[in-house]
Design a protein around this ligand. Structure first.
Ligand code: 1GP
Length: 244
């Protein structure tokens, strides 16, 4: 059953494409996180994602989320890099299975290890199939992925449809943070043709042009991280391109 944050996203998706601002606890100080929260809301972002591939532990994550929440009304959703990235301060968590990992730890085991923590903290789990596409960057390496080949959109589509049939409610196609190129728009188009659940894309979105291409191809939700560290001002143009 969809919880409050998922309903908020699904309602908004009826009207427009969405944007999530990604705060990586490893690269953002508390001050950076606060200003990112404010600017993201001003620029028209729809949620703050928080998480990263390396493990940030308990207390700092709580403090970071509290600082973000003091500076925005947007929901804060954890994008977990591992079992330790669960915090009662967040509104929801992308409860993800890293479907193209070769290591069962990332597909089901870390989820089992984290499940009781999610229940105890009462944050809302949003079941999501996570798929990492070439080049994959850090998350591809850490997650021991069979990276989805850029020139084989059928493979990405098959995994995405499997995610839907297994009951996941979002598919997340990831090129990796800092990727030179985004997920190929052709791949996004191919995946969108076969699935009925919302498609999230992230990795390498640094310009309004690249965002627009992915929007035209059919992506529903866009995640940007690196641009927030490098040039927050660009966020306004990127979000305008996504929403127009
Ligand atoms: C989230 O990994 C992305 O899916 C973020 O990528 O840092 O390249 O925006 P960037």
């Amino acid at each position: 059953m969809a919880g409050k944050v998922e309903k908020y996203l699904l309602d908004k998706l009826q009207k427009e494409r969405l944007h999530f601002s990604l705060v990586d606890p490893d690269s953002f100080s508390i001050e950076d996180a606060k200003s990112t929260a404010q600017i993201s809301e001003e620029a028209g972002s729809d949620a703050i994602l928080i998480g990263g591939s390396t493990h940030t532990l308990g207390n700092y994550l709580d403090i970071l989320i509290e600082s973000i929440k003091a500076n925005t009304t947007l929901p804060v959703i954890i994008f977990p890099g591992g079992v330790a990235q669960v915090s009662s301060k967040a509104d929801a968590i992308l409860f993800m299975s890293y479907l193209n990992s070769r290591n069962p730890y990332f597909i089901t085991k870390s989820q089992a290890l984290g499940s009781f923590l999610v229940k105890k903290t009462e944050i809302e789990p949003i079941p999501t199939g996570y798929l990492v596409v070439e080049p994959g960057e850090t998350v591809g390496w850490i997650g021991e992925a069979d990276l989805l080949p850029r020139r084989k959109p059928q493979i990405a589509a098959a995994y995405s449809l499997a995610a839907q049939y297994m009951g996941m409610r979002f598919v997340y196609l990831e090129a990796g943070s800092g990727a030179i190129e985004t997920v190929p728009p052709e791949m996004v188009g191919f995946v969108k043709k076969v699935i009925d659940i919302p498609l999230i894309v992230g990795g390498g979105i640094r310009s309004p042009e690249s965002a627009k291409k992915l929007a035209t191809a059919g992506a529903d939700i866009f995640v940007t991280g690196t641009i927030l560290e490098k040039d927050k001002g660009k966020l306004f143009d990127i979000i305008r391109a996504i929403k127009s």
